[in-house]
Design a binder for this molecule. Sequence first.
Ligand SMILES: [Zn+2]
Length: 228
Amino acid sequence: MARTFVTRLIPVIFGVLCAATCQAAWVIVDAGHTPAHPGATGASGRVEHLYNLDLSAAVASDLAAAGERVTRTGADGRDISLTDRPNAAPKADFFISIHHDSMQQAWIDAGRNKELKGFAIFVSELNPHYEQSLACAKAIGERLLAAGETPSLYHATPIKGENRPLIDRRLGIHRFDDLVVLKTARMPAVLVEAGVIVNPEEERRLAEPATISKLADAVSKGVVDCHP
Ligand SMILES: [Zn+2]
């Protein structure tokens, strides 16, 4: 019990010290996909890019309020290539791409979309700052768990097209080396799937302003936690 208390206190102490002494970081906040290629389609028919825009706007706003410098990508309605996203600000300290999750069509057709919910976090070992990327993934996962969110372990399912190595089961962190935005980023980089929009109940929850605020608060605090 005492040890758990101390473990929980460390980030709090770090946060207080950091507020006084830490440098602001420059963070690229990427809204996954574009209006022309909007990603997954939610159970209601609303497309993923719109969910990504809402949540990434809230994350960007929370990070700016915390004193960080923010560059947004994928949020101006124009097409942007995957490699141009992390290169929009090559000198930035961190890149985070915000997505909302789907699953393979065969699972949706089999009615399994109602079974899955929760977040997933991806890192690439091909990123030049893998260890720092993983540290940030862990910080974000801890904040999401503390906010009452749960990891979806769907992407670790041993089926073709998934089967992503699970680095941290408790925090929902997977390795996905070939994710282009992560492997071409020059800075530490993480991709977050905030929730599963093909699940109708989960999609409704993810659209609520209170959920968006809660998720943005957790993600932005995780980003602030993980840089010196
Ligand atoms: Zn996506």
